[in-house]
Design a protein around this ligand. Structure first.
Ligand code: 5RP
Length: 229
């Protein structure tokens, strides 16, 4: 089974967790987009949900496919968020933000009673950190913030390249108007300590470590869909 087929399979499996009347956080990325397409099919058959998208990109796709949408201002408490991930460990800790939507994704997940993560089995890891950690930062003083991230991570024994995310020759700009720094630390032995250290840096808006947010994970592999949590 190729990667696209696995995304479609896990997206269909996620539909079993969606009930009529739900207020649904809708994630970002290629797996979340497979879910949006599957969800649109159910909505056209009469499923009643209201979605709160985690990015302009997902909002656009939902709008094109006729999924009713609201904002988090309209619906500040959600029943379930369904979103992808870049890495998942056995304790359901995640790295997210490969698509640059981590801030809204984290706000929406935190406003949800449950977060269901959907991914292909290649995203399951023993230790987080092979995927570069996305860190959303304010554009003001980005160099000072980068140095502060280097110092804080070095205190935790972490080193590696820390790069501003670019699109061609321009910095990537998030939906919130911020920049992304991708930090290739390698394995992160203590994600909670790194999270606290990053949150203590004023220029850091948010980071892609999602700790204690995911309730369950569905992983599609050659043998079918595995559930964690
Ligand atoms: C976007 C994300 C995505 O969920 C993550 O990058 C996974 O994307 P994909 O399903 O395309 O592999 O966090 O910010």
């Amino acid at each position: 089974m190729d990667a696209a087929a696995m995304k479609d399979e896990v997206a269909r499996a996620a539909l079993a967790h969606v009930e009529s009347g739900m207020r649904l956080g809708i994630g970002t990325g290629s797996t979340a987009e497979a879910f949006i397409r599957a969800l649109a099919g159910r909505v056209s058959e009469g499923l009643r949900i209201v979605g709160v998208p985690t990015s302009e990109r997902s909002a656009k796709l939902c709008g094109e496919l006729g999924i009713p949408l609201a904002t988090l201002e309209d619906l500040p408490e959600l029943d379930l968020t369904i979103d992808g991930a870049d890495e998942v460990d056995a304790r359901l800790r995640l790295i997210k933000g490969g698509g640059g939507a981590l801030l809204r994704e984290k706000i929406v997940a935190a406003a949800s009673a449950r977060m269901l993560v959907i991914a292909d089995a290649s995203k399951k890891v023993e230790h987080l950190g092979a995927f570069p950690l996305p860190i959303e930062v304010n554009g003001f003083g980005v160099l000072a913030t980068t140095l502060a991230i280097e110092k804080a991570s070095a205190m935790l024994g972490l080193s590696g390249s820390i790069r501003l995310r670019m699109v061609g020759d321009k910095p990537f700009i998030t939906d919130g108007g911020h920049l992304i720094i991708d930090a290739s630390f390698g394995l992160i032995p203590d994600p909670e300590a790194l999270s606290a250290a990053l949150h203590a840096i004023p220029g850091v808006v948010e980071h892609g470590l999602f700790l204690g947010l995911a309730s369950s994970v569905l992983l599609a592999g050659p043998e079918g869909v595995e559930r964690l949590g």
